[in-house]
Design a protein around this ligand. Structure first.
Ligand code: ATP
Ligand code: MG
Length: 409
């Protein structure tokens, strides 16, 4: 079928009253970015939906790109026909019914709406004319008003007839950016990229913060985090990636803190540094990939001892999900295969064999006093590396060099 436009419905954002204009503006911008490769399309944002006129671009490819834009509740591929050509309207309506109701005994319905009241036929006339035409061509079908197998929607507007029968669920959520900006602590694991996706889904624009510890962690571990960011960029647009040198801090902690508290103190440093970066970058919150009870650092007592260093909201989108549920999302967003590649993580390298699952807050604070926290953090903050990562950028294996070079330019 030669679709001429995709009609996208806003869903949740349409409930946002006076913010509606901002939401629609942002969604328009995000769709424009996501559809940039399709140079012929034109986007017309309206109050309650958006019309994406294809001008010959592939409906299928455009729909695939739209599936990653948050803020779209549902969308429908639509065919526009000149108002003068009612024969063509009949033919297309029949084609739609044939496609969606191939078997005898199936049911259909025509549902017409009319905003062009000058058109000589009213909605009833049109419903009847199309219904009769289809019944004649397909006597094996039945007309059914309630829950038919196929509902062909016909809209009569001033510039023509618009026909559709498919309604596809969109990415849901809110347009990225409408909920403000935050930083996300991205490791190379399974959970944090999923947390990133879920943050974006609620409209939060994120910047990635990644701690690395050369030479204990290799260049590949860093590249993996960048490549995960490139995957997440499919939902976000270009993403800022901030790498934080963590070697010296980890060495100091290892030397001065009792083994049972290594992990807790390390995490406190990571959180404090992330919070400083957040403040510098005008973020409002910190997101991470912690899941309650998953490992020693993610018991509630651990979280309490770590969270102690800041009052900034910390949002943990996967906090209450089971690992399998997180993995399902990781597969859906295509980060899983990358996440399970075995590159050493900065935290596991210095992980004690038996970290405290219930660290004591007073002791944690006490042990940390053996370190010159401010000096260590100032040094790390002075040595951040900030880059921008685009969807599809490759850092590992083949083609990696090109992306690396283009990043340096
Ligand atoms: P993930 O799968 O996201 O790595 P995990 O189950 O392996 O999570 P941890 O390694 O304990 O759990 O990390 C918990 C969270 O701490 C991560 O989800 C991430 O948000 C943050 N984190 C861990 N390591 C790093 C790192 N090297 N850089 C930035 N954030 C990190
Ligand atoms: Mg991890």
């Amino acid at each position: 079928m030669e679709y001429t436009e995709i009609m996208a419905r806003y869903g949740e954002l349409s409930t946002k009253g006076k913010n509606r204009k901002d939401f629609i503006g942002r969604l328009n911008g995000n769709i424009t970015k996501a559809l940039r490769p399709f140079t012929a399309i034109r986007i017309h944002p309206k109050r309650d939906r958006m019309h994406i006129v294809l001008n010959g671009e592939s409906a299928q490819d455009v729909m695939t790109a739209l599936d990653r834009v948050f803020g779209i509740q549902t969308y429908s591929p639509v065919i526009r026909i000149e108002a003068t050509d009612f024969e063509q309207v009949k033919a297309v309506a029949l084609e739609m019914v044939n496609e969606a109701a191939p078997k005898a005994g199936m049911s259909f319905k025509i549902n017409t709406r009319r905003s062009n009241h000058e058109y000589p036929l009213d909605t009833n006339d049109i419903n009847l004319a199309l219904g009769d035409f289809i019944s004649d061509a397909r006597p094996d079908l039945v007309v059914k008003m309630k829950q038919p197998d196929v509902k062909v929607r016909v809209e009569v507007r001033h510039d023509g007839f618009y026909l559709s029968y498919l309604t596809v669920q969109g990415a849901l959520g809110l347009p990225v950016g409408t909920a403000g900006k935050a930083v996300l602590m991205l490791s190379g694991g399974i959970d944090s990229p999923v947390a990133a996706y879920l943050a974006l889904k609620r409209g939060v624009a994120i910047e990635m913060v990644h701690f690395f510890s050369p030479p204990y962690t290799t260049e590949n571990a860093l590249k993996k985090a960048k490549e995960l960011t490139a995957k997440v960029a499919a939902y976000a647009g270009p993403v800022t990636f901030i790498q934080v040198p963590f070697t010296e801090i980890q060495e100091e902690i290892k030397e001065k803190v009792p083994e049972g508290y290594l992990m807790t103190v390390q995490r406190r440093f990571m959180l404090r540094l992330t919070d400083k970066i957040r403040a510098q970058r005008d973020g409002l919150a910190i997101f991470n990939g912690e899941s309650v009870g998953q490992v020693a650092s993610q018991t509630l007592s651990s979280m309490a001892a770590i969270n102690d260093v800041t009052t900034t909201p910390i949002i943990r989108p996967v906090a209450t999900l089971d690992k399998n549920e997180i993995i399902d999302i990781a597969r859906k967003i295509d980060t899983f295969d990358l996440s399970v590649q075995p590159f050493e993580d900065c935290c596991t390298i210095f992980a004690p064999p038996q970290p405290k699952t219930h660290p004591n807050l007073e002791k944690t604070r006490h042990y940390e006093q053996a370190l010159d926290v401010d000096a260590l953090e100032d040094k790390a903050m002075a040595n951040l590396t900030i880059s921008t990562i685009q969807v599809g950028d490759k850092f590992l294996g083949q083609n990696a060099d090109a992306a690396e070079i283009s990043q340096l330019l």
